[in-house]
Design a protein around this ligand. Structure first.
Ligand SMILES: Nc1ncnc2c1ncn2[C@@H]1O[C@H](COP(=O)(O)OP(=O)(O)OP(=O)(O)O)[C@@H](O)[C@H]1O
Length: 227
């Protein structure tokens, strides 16, 4: 379980995360929702300890250190690999780093995403780079998968395939926490929606509860929270 207790972050005088407490559980897909600048990316980076913050963040009860990185992977909005690398070199790099690297998943996902190992990153379009980004994250074998805007700039058919992937056997037992603005498309695949506003969590819902008890869609809830 990833657990945040009273997490706060300031840039100068500005508080971009304000007293955030919540947990992310195994087997659940949680989506961070919010308008531009709400603090979603900052929250993911704080969990990964990529940006300093105050408060307590633990993964399976332990503070996040280089050891914890064997259990948690961050898929940023842009693939962070040098563009002269080939896909094969990216796979080798990740395989070297992650002890639980899933070679079988990597090979299957290459096919799923129609990627060729010998291709260099500099020759790939934005959508294809995101496919590589996702493949590397999912095949890392980490049980916590954090993703920043995995659907951004991706064509509609590929978005559908990525949504399909997020409910597939490859991510079955993982805890997934991701941000997106494409809420209509992910509504049916996520378990939980956490709404952020001005660095705070203002609502936290299981989508099924929202649907069954309040007869509301995520968009309805968004309008209620933000308008
Ligand atoms: N390096 C930085 N220095 C100063 N302020 C920053 C920095 N990075 C982010 N911020 C500010 O922190 C706030 C939260 O930014 P963040 O990127 O987390 O928002 P977001 O919810 O991911 O937004 P978006 O939907 O636009 O991607 C914003 O007001 C932003 O301007």
């Amino acid at each position: 379980m990833i657990e945040l207790k009273n997490v706060t972050k300031r840039y100068g005088r500005k508080r971009v995360m304000n007293d955030i407490s919540f947990t992310v559980d195994a087997g659940e897909i949680t989506c961070l929702i919010g308008l531009n600048g709400a603090g979603k990316t900052t929250l993911l980076k704080a969990i990964m300890n990529l940006t300093p913050s105050q408060g307590r963040i633990t993964v399976d009860g332990k503070k996040v250190t280089s050891k914890t990185y064997q259990d948690m992977v961050f898929v940023p909005d842009v693939l962070p690999m040098p563009r002269n690398m080939s896909i094969q070199e990216c796979l080798d790099f990740m395989n070297h780093f992650y002890k639980k690297w899933d070679e079988k998943a990597a090979n299957e996902l290459l096919q799923f995403f129609q990627l060729k190992k010998e291709e260099r990153l500099r020759g790939l379009s934005k959508g294809y780079l995101m496919r590589v980004n996702l493949l590397l994250g999912i095949a890392s074998g980490c049980k916590y998968l954090l993703m920043d805007e995995p659907l951004s700039g991706i064509d509609i058919l590929t978005r559908e395939r990525i949504s399909e992937l997020l409910t597939s056997e490859y991510v079955d037992k993982k805890a997934i926490l991701f941000t997106t603005h494409e809420i209509a498309e992910i509504e049916t695949i996520i378990d939980r929606a956490v709404f952020m506003k001005d660095g705070m969590i203002v609502s936290d819902y299981y989508v099924e509860t929202l649907r069954e008890q309040e007869q509301k869609s995520l968009l309805d809830k968004m309008r209620e929270v933000y308008v």
